[in-house]
Design a protein around this ligand. Structure first.
Ligand code: ZN
Ligand code: ZN
Ligand code: FE
Length: 772
């Protein structure tokens, strides 16, 4: 190209996720196509591009930079400035990165195998045929192999593998799909998979085919994946699934399934266009699909649930294994995280071998180290967008952009709650919410929690001095925050954090009503909150109303025994004499006397306004969910018996007095009395479920109306774990809209405690910004 007088030169600065996603080769090829001179390079400020050529070509380049960007790139901003044309311009080049300290590059999440790589591993003529670590700039591991930034091969667990000349040539060629693909590998030079029996002897055959054979026989195989280990077993054999549950001490919680392909997934669940998009997206999450009645699933996978969690193979190893299995007539595997109970997923081969011995019959391993854990993400596709249950692999640590009101200030670290913990680091105008960490109730989880904090701080090169934490003094995360020296602590009420997370995610700029329906959160008044009507923004809140408080016999112990909670709610609603309660068969069979006694004497009976406990109580009244074998089992399975259509047709359990809904305590006694009477007169659990949901929707709608009258606020945030209940969520969205108000629900982050750290961080940022 010659630099004629009509030529202009422009300097573009591009910010966002533009590293490790094939962005520079894309820029190179686009510039070549348009016949532009110049260069592209990574700098500490972002990707810098200089282009020179005819002005309309420059405009076209800028247009296509956004419209044709590679699928994994996320361009946050492009700023352009005119530059002086250079006479000696000759062609377009990719300049070496200038990575300096302070680099604010965003680490991309792991990406499911792309269609091109998939084609290659299945093509007998390709040199990567059957190779389980095939990847390119459009796909492959990222977060789980990165030790530190910049994201270059020597700083990843691929450093142990020197590229062969063929791979190196691909890596060096800007026209190749593998140009600067850091994990680039092939069968000659890359990681290898191997198969191991319980006796730790390596198998001699084809590891993938052997593992498929064992799985087809109904055995349990531990599979080393991207961000940890899975325990796998064929999904259609009840004996196999039952053995996995027995050995893993997982009695009842539903198990997720990996289907061989989209067609196999369609045999398991009904798949809408939105669900198909999510299943096939680069994040490849577990999508909770409406289960087909004739799905070839053993009852032990997810009996009692309307939905089944399904994902598609997202690494070459999964693709190859599922293909071998399909050839043996198996099209779906149960894939559950490889841990014994509620520990984080196993990381290295030795750890897995020791922790999973006694569970797995054999191991399918490989020699690429997993640097960081990442569990599978779980979500549901609702008509208005995804609803996250767990935001992890494929999504974290993509940051959430903060609204203008929170965009400025010092960095903040939020250490999150106790259960479903994530942590969040705020840097500039971005909130980096960590992958799912889990329940901080054992040493492994506590270590993982601390590692995750260290990782985020390292990767973002930032050590915040403002630390946000829950008010609960007994939480591990709170204790850790309090041990830090030289920091400013900001205690955040749990449900205010739920409100603030949604407020921040949607970039709201005004106070809102927060309808926070949750399990447990430490209240500002020493009681256990969880059914809250708040008003406020990220900085401040007031508690307008809450579900009427009821004593929780034995405190948290009642969560595992909903029948105890039911006894307390019955006593509260109908008085202390069980002879005056409706006749419920299960009351005879349980030692209710001692429960009534501790309630009378108020021994360890904290008051709670929890909506989760109200669900427990109603579910237990039916006699079907007297004990909880996993978190929120009663609420989840009670919901599964009904539908929004049934709920809309159902008779409420009680006619609510609109006057009572204007008060601070929202009455639940009538709901309990109504449910008990319904059960005693022969109502089925499904009928009770429909009528209870109807009544709760009426109650909460009344509460929102009252809150609106009191405050004049127009926006209503819905958050808290109970809003994972799609009937309640969709019902409230509809009724809030009918009131002429605007409902806001979490879309990028979970409704549950997985988003609490984001909310804590937002509150701390808002408060510190507001300080004089
Ligand atoms: Zn690829
Ligand atoms: Zn190679
Ligand atoms: Fe919560």
């Amino acid at each position: 190209m010659t630099a004629g007088p009509s030529n202009g030169r422009r300097r573009l600065l591009v910010n966002g996720i533009v590293q490790g996603v094939g962005f520079r080769p894309f820029v190179f090829n686009l510039a070549e196509q348009l016949g532009l001179d110049g260069f592209v390079t990574n700098t500490s400020d972002g990707v810098v591009i200089e282009i020179q050529g005819e002005p309309d070509r420059l405009d076209l380049f800028q247009q296509r930079l956004r419209s044709d960007a590679p699928p994994l790139a996320e361009i946050v901003s492009v700023t352009a400035a005119e530059a002086a044309p250079q006479t000696a311009a000759s062609g377009f080049v990719i300049r070496a990165s200038e990575n300096r300290p302070g680099t604010s590059t965003l680490i991309p999440p792991d990406v499911a195998t792309c269609p091109d790589c998939r084609r290659e591993i299945l093509d007998p003529a390709d040199r990567r045929h059957g190779y389980p670590f095939t990847n390119c700039t459009n796909c492959g591991p990222r977060w789980t192999i990165i030790r530190r930034i910049p994201y270059d091969r020597p700083f990843t667990s691929m450093a142990a593998f020197a590229m062969c000349p063929v791979c190196q040539a691909e890596y060096d060629n800007p026209r190749d799909r593998r140009f600067h693909a850091q994990p680039n590998a092939c069968p000659v030079c890359g990681p290898q998979v191997f198969q191991q029996r319980e006796d730790l002897v390596r198998g001699q055959g084809d590891p993938v085919a052997d593992a498929a054979g064992y799985l087809a026989d109904g055995q349990i195989v531990a599979i080393k994946g991207l961000g940890g280990f899975h325990l796998a077993v064929r999904a259609d054999r009840e004996d196999a699934v039952a053995r996995l549950r027995r050995r893993k001490l997982r009695e009842a919680k539903p198990l997720a399934v990996m289907a061989a392909d989209l067609e196999a997934a369609r045999g398991l669940g009904v798949i809408s266009a939105a669900e198909q998009d999510l299943l096939q997206s680069p994040a490849a999450p577990i999508v909770l699909l409406e289960r087909r009645p004739d799905a070839p699933l053993a009852p032990g996978v997810c009996a009692g649930h309307r939905r089944v969690g399904v994902m598609l193979p997202y690494t070459p190893l999964h693709i190859l294994l599922l293909q071998e299995l399909a050839a043996r007539g198996v099209t779906a595997l149960v894939m559950t995280s490889g841990n014994a109970s509620d520990e984080p997923i196993c990381l290295d081969n030795r750890e897995a071998a020791s922790r999973l011995s006694g569970i797995a019959d054999s191991w399918l391993l490989h020699d690429r180290e997993i640097v960081r854990r990442a569990d599978d993400s779980v979500l549901m596709a609702l008509p208005d967008g995804p609803l996250f249950f767990r935001r992890s692999r494929g999504y974290a640590p993509v940051p959430v952009a903060l609204p203008a009101a929170l965009a400025e200030g010092e960095p903040v670290l939020a250490v999150g709650p106790e259960l479903k913990n994530t942590v969040c680091l705020l840097k500039e105008d971005r909130a980096f919410l960590s992958p799912h960490i889990g329940d901080l109730e054992n040493l492994e989880a506590n270590n993982f929690f601390q590692e995750t904090i260290a990782t985020l701080q390292d990767v973002l090169e930032c050590r915040p001095r403002i630390i946000a934490h829950d008010l609960h003094p007994g939480y591990f995360s709170t204790a850790l925050a309090r041990r830090l020296e030289g920091v400013t602590l900001v205690g955040v009420q749990h449900h205010h954090a739920h409100l603030a997370a949604v407020w921040a995610e949607h970039g709201l700029d005004r106070p809102v009503i927060g309808l926070i329906m949750d399990g447990t959160g430490y209240g500002a008044d020493g009681t256990i909150w969880g059914g809250e009507v708040l008003a406020g923004d990220a900085a401040v809140f007031t508690r307008l109303a809450h579900l009427q408080t009821v004593p929780l016999p034995g405190g948290d112990a009642a969560i595992k025994a909903p029948w105890r909670t039911a006894v307390s709610y019955l006593r509260h609603a109908l008085g202390p004499d069980p002879a005056r309660w409706p006749a419920l068969p299960w009351l005879e069979e349980h030692p209710i006397g001692p429960v009534l006694e501790i309630l009378d004497r108020q021994l360890n009976c904290p008051l709670t306004s929890s909506c989760g406990r109200l669900f427990d109580a109603v579910a237990a009244l039916t006699g079907r969910w007297l004990e909880a074998r996993y978190e929120a089992q009663a609420a989840i399975e009670l919901m599964a018996l009904t539908s929004l259509e049934d709920v809309n047709r159902a008779e409420p359990l009680v006619r609510l007095d609109p006057g009572a809904l204007m008060g601070e305590a929202l009455p639940v006694d009538g709901i309990i009395a109504g449910a008990a009477r319904a059960v005693a007169t022969g109502a089925t659990a499904a009928e009770v479920s429909a009528r209870f949901h109807r009544t709760l929707l009426d109650l909460l709608t009344g509460a929102v109306r009252a809150a609106h009258r009191k405050t004049g606020l127009q926006d209503v945030v819905l958050a808290g774990g109970v809003f994972q209940n799609e009937i309640l969520l969709r019902g409230m969205q509809a009724s809030i809209a009918e009131l002429g108000l605007r409902p806001w629900r979490p879309v990028k982050c979970p409704a549950n405690d997985g988003a609490v750290a984001l909310g804590q961080a937002a509150v701390a940022r808002a408060r510190m910004g507001a300080a004089p």
